[in-house]
Design a protein around this ligand. Sequence first.
Ligand SMILES: NC(=O)C1=CN([C@@H]2O[C@H](COP(=O)(O)OP(=O)(O)OC[C@H]3O[C@@H](n4cnc5c(N)ncnc54)[C@H](O)[C@@H]3O)[C@@H](O)[C@H]2O)[C@@H](O)CC1
Ligand SMILES: Nc1ncnc2c1ncn2[C@@H]1O[C@H](COP(=O)(O)OP(=O)(O)O)[C@@H](O)[C@H]1O
Ligand SMILES: [K+]
Length: 583
Amino acid sequence: MLEGTEVLTTAQMRAIESAAMASGQVTGLELMERAGRAVAGQIRLRWPKAGRATVLCGPGNNGGDGYVVARLLHRAEWRVRVLGMDNTPGPDAGEMRRRWREIGGIAPLTEQELQSGTESDVYVDAIFGTGLTRPPEGEIANILARVFGRGGDGAYYCRRLVAVDCPSGFCMDSGKAPALPPGRGTFDSPARLTVAFDSPKPGHLIGLGPALCGELVVADIGLRQWRERHPGGLGQRPARLEAIWPRFDIRDGRRIGVPLSDRLGKHSSASPHKYGHGHALILAGGPAKGGAARLSARTALRIGAGLATIAPPQDALPEHAGQPDALMRRAIDGGGDLREALADSRINALCFGPGCGIDRSADLLAAALPARRATVLDADALTALSHDPALMAALHRDCVLTPHMGEFARLFPDLARQMEGPKPPARLRHVDAGDPGRLAQFSADMARYNCEMIEWTQGPAYSKLDAAREAAARCGAVVLLKGPDTVIAAPDGSARLHSAFDVPWLATAGAGDVLAGMIAGLLARGFQPLDAASLGTLIHAQTARGFGPGLIADDLPDLIPAVLRGLQKSQSSSSVATALPMT
Ligand SMILES: NC(=O)C1=CN([C@@H]2O[C@H](COP(=O)(O)OP(=O)(O)OC[C@H]3O[C@@H](n4cnc5c(N)ncnc54)[C@H](O)[C@@H]3O)[C@@H](O)[C@H]2O)[C@@H](O)CC1
Ligand SMILES: Nc1ncnc2c1ncn2[C@@H]1O[C@H](COP(=O)(O)OP(=O)(O)O)[C@@H](O)[C@H]1O
Ligand SMILES: [K+]
């Protein structure tokens, strides 16, 4: 079964941790011990033979986790070198540092120290986690350049790098990474493994996250139980932000949200007629422009629409005489013809854009949108939309927009600009678990968090998630912002994240046309717009995974049945992580 996995912003995570500690049922020290144990356990799972480890401990609680890792690896007979800072950390990290000091020394956390001595088998990055408040500078930036950079020969300095919670310096809300000091390259060396705590954060899944984090393991540190007991806690209401392709292993088996694939294999038995599975109408362009729409139409049939009709203008109709024979053809020359076609209420999903032409899309959209059928807008239809505010105003809740970044920038230029620039919006206060004043504030924030979730999603940098959500709210339709990471946002703030970093061959001409057809087919089958867009994204990538490099878009539709069969089989399995291959 494919289900979403809840994603928490760093602010939500902090609020939950603080409220859990405030409840008295768990202490910060216990959470830190569990976090460190999870990381040490994952290291030993991968590299069972005790070797040499260098643990880099930063000034805060992430560093505290690092001291726990050091202690536990030492106990497992690893030779451990710790580099740390000479600051006064919070009480929990201070205690963990003290416990480490009873075992071994702490060398200064400097680039020179990191470079010196025997090379380690494993490097543990516990410099910064969720508490990064400003871009790293000076010596810390130099160390990060060493940890995340490459030598002159292109080889990574720290070959086996394990990141605690996240690669340090990286923004877990936006997936952005700061610039390294001039001449020190970019953040381009991935961790081998990232162990995140409790839930994935948006940054693990979008932006640079999938590339930088390496394998992602989400470890249970015992907050789940607290959360489920806490009145009004996350377990009590549907998740607003979910990951729909968990490319990570999640340790506690927690799955929240809609079992997305449940209905996929099943066709409605209450309405066994083909019209019970919907009728998708795919609007095609003029002569020699029909290939894109044909890809969409074939896909709509393959994903299970009861009927699909391709609708080019009359002079292009003969070009569509070939396969598939199951596809129906109908000439639609302009808005009048389309209005006439839509008099048939059984046509319940429309697909505009692929190869359709900008002017034709504009004309047809003006006729179709008032009929309020479920509608996918892609390619030329998005360009038409960007030219005409009246069309934009006519969008409705059953519309799904599927822009890539270029199209998004034409539709929402201000939001695209914000994504590029550094925009530090108001950031939530740094929480220190030992400070009662701050805890009280966080309890208040926690209460706020239950009702004002969207506000909390604003990370320190404006992300693709923020932009897609704002766009969806602005236009009142589902916005699917595609790329290697895809964000699907609904006007009510619900959003789904998908990462296709493992299938770069999906970026091929016509793949977007297939996606549009897939969503149209799912809309025809009666899936809600957010679910249709999410499932379409997921199945689209899954078909590409199954094929491998060399894929062309024409291959995709005919791979769908195998993916659907796989999804049906996996419905008997309890966890996505075991049901689907990990990347
Ligand atoms: N008690 C908790 O809430 C738990 C926290 N845990 C760990 O704690 C982490 C969060 O801890 P913190 O909130 O202490 O945050 P961090 O440990 O990420 O870093 C905060 C510290 O870094 C300093 N800092 C921030 N940006 C800097 C910069 N650019 N240059 C130099 N110094 C900078 C801050 O002043 C502060 O001292 C999580 O990522 C996780 O690893 C886990 O132990 C689980 C429990
Ligand atoms: N680097 C990438 N890795 C995996 N998938 C990608 C990548 N870049 C784009 N995609 C996906 O490939 C598809 C390309 O769609 P689109 O840009 O509309 O292309 P076209 O217009 O040629 O069909 C989208 O589904 C997008 O999410
Ligand atoms: K880290």
